[in-house]
Design a binder for this molecule. Structure first.
Ligand SMILES: Nc1nc2c(ncn2[C@@H]2O[C@H](COP(=O)(O)OP(=O)(O)OP(=O)(O)O)[C@@H](O)[C@H]2O)c(=O)[nH]1
Length: 331
């Protein structure tokens, strides 16, 4: 294949992806085909500089995804610190007859992402030029993808992205230790009497409440918790690795924090929540049914409260996996 056809093939591959991680994998594959590096990886660090994901591809080996126990060598840390201190886009380091180049893929307060390529030869001018072009296409396309996954009003993830995220939760919890008391949790949050807010203060005011709500969600939950606006005044939160008590504490903190939204002369805003424990062997639509039943119980029992699904089942107040009513539209 000629070089231009080859590049076109890589571009076509990039732009056919609809998933951020598959897009990252496509980039690594293209780099491998063009440069034959010893190793190439994409490293993501969260706002606290902790590694949250590494996708790597070594010569002759299959692609490896890591979300936990990611080891970042001291030399890599030092190079990334140098890039950040001097606001560089890329950095080349020579060591032990090898060359490692670091490229910034994404930088924001929430996360930083780098492409790291280790080679046994210094890349030539034309190779560097091609890599730069690939990175520009990757970066433009990943911004478009991020836009498509984001709720326009609040900036949270949209409903379309939920299914993709929950599939990853299934994959990530497949090997959970039975003695671990921590679990993953799904919560549905719904603003109480939102129609009254809209009717008495206007739709624009209602929108402003939704924006405040998303800010408070971000402030209350951890960087790694996933926050979605499902539409209207409904939000979904996926929380990982929390005990039941920790999960309840966070949701009760949300109940309190939301009441700080006091605008015009209306009463403070309140929310209701329904929560269920993530079960690896239960279909996600069923899990959403469970959280929705718990939410329905909160709504019918005074609002401004959190209900755990298994507690209402244990108390005989809900039938296991049977939804009689519900506010949430399922997929
Ligand atoms: N401002 C604004 N309102 C919205 C948006 N999407 C849906 N709504 C409104 O949200 C309101 C939802 O009202 P209901 O589903 O009746 O629920 P509620 O008044 O919150 O009552 P409870 O849930 O029972 O406490 C309706 O008035 C919708 O028009 C939006 O994007 N912006």
């Amino acid at each position: 294949m000629s070089i231009s056809n080859n590049i076109l093939h890589h571009i076509e591959n990039f732009t056919s992806q609809r998933d951020k991680e598959l897009l990252a994998f496509s980039l690594l594959k293209s780099i491998r085909d063009i440069l034959s590096p010893i190793r190439t990886s994409i490293l993501t660090l969260n706002g606290q500089d902790e590694p949250t994901m590494e996708i790597s591809l070594s010569n002759g080996e299959s692609c490896e995804y890591r979300y936990q126990d990611i080891r970042v060598p001291e030399s890599t840390r030092a190079s990334l610190d140098y890039i950040n201190t001097w606001h560089l886009d890329e950095l080349m380091k020579a060591h032990d007859d090898q060359y490692t180049s670091f490229h910034v893929l994404q930088q924001s307060r929430q996360q930083n992402q780098y492409l790291i390529i280790t080679l046994d030869n210094k890349p030539g001018r034309s190779e560097s030029y091609i890599i730069k072009g690939m990175l520009s296409i990757y970066s433009n396309f990943s911004s478009l993808l991020a836009e498509a996954q984001t709720d326009e009003l609040t900036g949270l993830m949209n409903r379309k992205t939920f299914e993709e995220s929950i599939v990853k939760l299934y994959q990530g919890s497949a090997f959970k230790d039975d003695n671990d008391t921590r679990s993953n949790w799904i919560a549905i949050i719904d603003i109480d009497h939102f129609k009254v807010i809209n009717d008495s203060a206007g739709h624009l005011y209602g929108d402003e409440v939704l924006i405040h709500m998303s800010r408070i969600l971000r402030q209350t939950f951890r960087q790694d918790d996933m926050l979605f606006r499902f539409g209207g005044e409904e939000f979904v939160i996926l929380m990982r690795d929390l005990t039941r008590e920790q999960c309840a504490t966070m949701l009760n903190a949300l109940l309190t924090n939301v009441q700080s939204i006091v605008m015009n002369n209306l009463s403070p805003i309140t929310i209701s929540a329904g929560v269920c424990e993530f079960q690896n062997d239960t279909f996600h639509v069923t899990l959403m049914d469970q959280a929705d039943q718990a939410l329905y119980y909160s709504k019918k029992n005074g609002r401004n409260r959190v209900t755990f699904y298994d507690e209402i089942v244990a108390a005989g107040l809900a039938k296991s996996n049977h939804v009689e009513h519900g506010d949430i539209d399922l997929f």
